[in-house]
Design a protein around this ligand. Sequence first.
Ligand SMILES: [Fe+2]
Length: 248
Amino acid sequence: MRFAAIADIHGNALALEAVLADIAAQGIATADIVNLGDCLSGPLEAGRTADILLPLDLLTVSGNHDRYLIEHAAGDMHEWEADAYAELSPAHLDWLRALPFDAVFRDVAYLCHATPDEDNTYWLEQVSVEGHVHLRDRATIEAWATGITQPLILCGHTHIPRAVQLADGRLVVNPGSVGGPGYTDDAPHPHKVEAGLPHASYAILDDASGRWSVTFRLVPYDHMAMSRMAAERRRPDWAIALASGFVA
Ligand SMILES: [Fe+2]
């Protein structure tokens, strides 16, 4: 079996289109793509991204930012959601409401946005009090995987492409972010996440060899068009990240 995992699109329709084209060029069908959430939030093209995603009918799990769009009142949203919400139709919001917290793809992969417990904790990374983002300790990574029977476990949320092999051979894979190559956050400690390049990231999973392999794909696209859009919408932090993959 061979399939693709995408995550953290964040309303970046141009990046999504580039990734979908690259997936097709790899010979992978739309039915063999899974989506790990955080689809629309951000100052880019939330509505157009939703218009692309809905007809694809990908197996999609809800991210924390998908949840924020449907659980907060319009006037009480974080700026990422406020920007996106203005572009969304009732049909887009109904689609978000229907997204499951987690899912299983063809009995080979367990899907969640962040961890199996909740949607806003880094599974594979830890943030130090100094703000350094680094690989989480093995015992904690293993503990969250308890009870999952599939050989692959797919998560997103941190925007960092990474794969971890558990002691029993299972792989936990984060495909990185399609549309958001850098951001800052205050929790659990102030920190930044930087891909270091502006490309759109996703992963291909393949068991042709008899064991699962992971290929991370970093796809160039017209990222400066999205950077300019963010700047026009007065989100200079997004503009810098989209231009460079760094946050400053
Ligand atoms: Fe997230």
